[in-house]
Design a protein around this ligand. Structure first.
Ligand SMILES: [Mg+2]
Length: 96
C-alpha cells in the first residue's frame, strides 16, 4: 500500500541519485498542475502526478495533464511502486 507522500519522497531521492531534481511544482494561478517537475541533465523535463494507491487524477488534473501532453510534455501518473519504477526507468533512459 503506497501513499502519496511515500512515493513523492522516493521519487525525489531516486531522481537525485540520477543527478537530477524532482521539484515540487506549484502554479498558484493555474490549478491542477502535476505535483513534481523532474529536471535532468541535458535539458530534459517530465511532469509527475503522485497519487495514493488506486487514486485517480481529479477531472481538473486530468484536463491539465492532457493539455501538457498535447504540448508534447511527458507525464507520469504514479500511484504505486511499480509505476514509480517504470517512471524512474524512463527518466534514467532519457526517453522523453
Ligand atoms: Mg498528487
Amino acid at each position: 500500500m503506497a501513499n502519496e507522500k511515500y512515493l513523492e519522497e522516493k521519487l525525489r531521492n531516486r531522481v537525485k541519485n540520477l543527478g537530477g531534481v524532482a521539484l515540487k511544482f506549484y502554479s498558484p494561478f493555474y490549478t491542477g498542475m502535476p505535483d513534481r517537475i523532474v529536471l535532468m541533465p541535458g535539458g530534459k523535463a517530465w511532469f509527475v502526478e503522485l497519487k495514493s494507491d488506486g487514486k485517480k487524477p481529479s477531472p481538473r488534473q486530468a484536463h491539465v495533464l492532457g493539455e501538457l501532453q498535447s504540448l508534447g510534455f511527458k507525464i507520469f501518473v504514479v500511484d504505486n511502486d511499480e509505476k514509480l519504477n517504470n517512471c524512474i526507468n524512463e527518466i534514467a533512459n532519457g526517453t522523453n
